[in-house]
Design a protein. Sequence first.
Length: 465
Amino acid sequence: MKFFKNLLRSSENEADSESNDQSKSQSTPKKAESEPVKAPRKKAPQAKPVAKPRVNAKGYFATLELPEALDHAIGELGFSDCTAVQKEVLPHSIDGKDIIAQAQTGTGKTAAFLISIITYHLENPEVEKRKAGTPFALVIAPTRELVMQITQDAEDLAKFCDFSSIAVVGGIDYEKQKNQLKNPIDLVVATPGRLLDFMRSGVVDLSQVETLVIDEADRMLSMGFIPDVKDIIRRMPKKENRQTQLFSATFSDDIKRLASSWTLDPVRIEIEPEKIAVDSVKQEVYLTAADQKITVLYNLIHQEGVGKVMIFVNRRDQTRRVESQLHRYGIDCGLLTGEVPQKKRIQTLDRFKSGELRVLVATDVAGRGIHVDDVTHVVNYNLPEDPEDYVHRIGRTGRAGAKGTSISLACEDDAFMLPSIETLLGVPMVCEQTPANLLTPLPAPTRSAREHKPSPKPRDKRRGR
């Protein structure tokens, strides 16, 4: 697959260094000096398969001839037909090619890059153990929640094989993560700031990274993380000696330039965001006065057929107010904002995934990395100022081929956001009057309003996010 790993994982019984040099020159044919060439992927003997797997992958996944341990895990997870992005990405990423893909969250892209990483690891067993804190694969993502979700997905897919992964994020005990990195690790999934901390202190060594994944590059740019990402990439093998996969929901000129500089002869894949929105998510816009929004939320949550609901609000103070008001009328909600301590955010997400909580109120940054497959409704309490956030919000429902509903509550202030969203989607958004059943007057409150006090800033001044 990559030149660097082919050297490390060559046979222990190879001939002397002269024959090694000859072998390398044969595996990497020369082109013009100005055009670097990657070595072709070299498969080593496959890892020992799982004995008598209970369930095997079905549908398109079964045609990929994946290692048996991975095939078993995919079967147990219930995967069958690939999503559009998986069908486009996997044949190329498994073969070691660089990828530039336009695909938003909820399209199955996480499974696509993780399957290729684990496949390579199993098909190319290492001859020598890497030292502690030296991964062969790195995934960089913009938010803590997304990092935690990717790590959990990696653990699920690697359930039946020897593959280790760790989440590296801020807001969680620094020393605990440092101690975990003292062990050999295959995959690091990280936010940029905390990863740089560990690199600068010598805890993480990226000199042997063979696969780099940059997830949600557009969000990384908007959050100001690109300088950190550039610093990280400078400390790992050059693009000629690694595979790079870059995913982004949208591609501005800046993202296109960065993608070109970080990849070599990439396969370019485009899954249109408007197609995702139209095909899998029913979008509704209700003209709603600002003082009616809590009434509409209450009645919507109690409608038949409404399961898990995510409510997106633009500002932290508004999220606290919405959560408090719904609590007053007997609805238990989870709250996800940047000021909620990380430990509590993880607990809230776990309760939401398990079904203990049906309703989650979140800001865009906190809700960006939430991957819960059975969210039936997304509600935009406010329309976002950035139209790209609208695409990411509705991507919380209608995930991986399922159907979902997005409801936007548009008051006079929100109406100004509609044209830019329509331009991005390429389709008109039809506004309608709020259905009468959603305007049924609220019952008497059953609880007092909850008071939220902003959490004090953590004492950890490191740049981990």
